[in-house]
Ligand binder design. Sequence first.
Ligand SMILES: NC(=O)c1ccc[n+]([C@@H]2O[C@H](COP(=O)([O-])OP(=O)(O)OC[C@H]3O[C@@H](n4cnc5c(N)ncnc54)[C@H](OP(=O)(O)O)[C@@H]3O)[C@@H](O)[C@H]2O)c1
Length: 293
Amino acid sequence: MTVRIAILGPGRVGVALARRFHGAGAAVLGLLGRDPARTAAAVAAADCGRVLAWSDVARAHAVVFAVGDPDLPAAIADAVARGAHRRCALWLHTSGRHGLEVFAAAAGHGVRRGALHPVAPFADATAGAEALVGAPALLEAEPRAERLLRRLATLLGMVPIVVSAVDRTRYHAACALAANGTTALRSVVDAAFAQAGTLSADQRRAVADALMGAAVHGAGVRGAAAALSGPVRRGDAATVALHLRALAAALPDAARIHAALMQHALQLAAAEGLAADRVAAVRAVLAAAAEDR
Ligand SMILES: NC(=O)c1ccc[n+]([C@@H]2O[C@H](COP(=O)([O-])OP(=O)(O)OC[C@H]3O[C@@H](n4cnc5c(N)ncnc54)[C@H](OP(=O)(O)O)[C@@H]3O)[C@@H](O)[C@H]2O)c1
């Protein structure tokens, strides 16, 4: 049976999911948002379905709530108040932050409840639609919802990971650190290479891509401590001091971030057996840099 899907929230995730579901042969009824013009633009970007009314939502087998995390409880309550619930329809959200408890307003209305968190960055809908394929989808569902939820993840080209009772706030904080923290670090790295002076933009991108790609890959494969390399891993306190001074002169924020990360790197190096006197020497350099700020 072709699954009929309605999407609430005509934003980056809503549009990306609409495109992927449509491409996989699902019947995307369309999108519903708060602002008609923005919703019409999202339907055009999705290139499928139409601007929905609440009565259309009530016809869907699956209703995807792709609204921002703070808006989600009110959006669900609003959908119930508008009579958009249909017995046995699957209501799912795409939030990393919320579990199934966020569907409290729908309790007693017979809908099946699930969560499908696409573990992929959606800088915009096009990038998100590409990033979905092959990425994990963290699924949480009541038992009668799991089968359809898995099917939806598979339609999106995602790899389902089924969990229960995850601490959502901690999970979401880890997601933000992994994705947004890495993006922010890349921005600092780009600035640090730029102030070195002699590399062209292409050369800087090539060097940063190579180092960050290999570092993230190595830490994933070997574990972070075993993958660590560089002056802190060698206990080369003099070089660490030079780096911190050079960065502090040109990019004080980058120097602070660098020092905080090297503090953690030092713990990894110590765990990997760096000699105690070298650990102490690097620690002293990092402490002196902190005092200078
Ligand atoms: N972005 C990511 O990388 C990413 C990754 C995985 C999961 N997610 C999750 O996916 C969800 C959506 O994220 P997003 O990045 O797509 O956000 P977004 O681009 O800000 O889109 C959210 C959309 O929801 C609409 N909206 C808000 N309240 C509504 C309501 N009551 N009824 C209907 N529409 C409503 C907003 O409309 P207005 O234009 O009226 O504000 C906006 O179009 C969030 O839970 C987020 O945590 C995001």
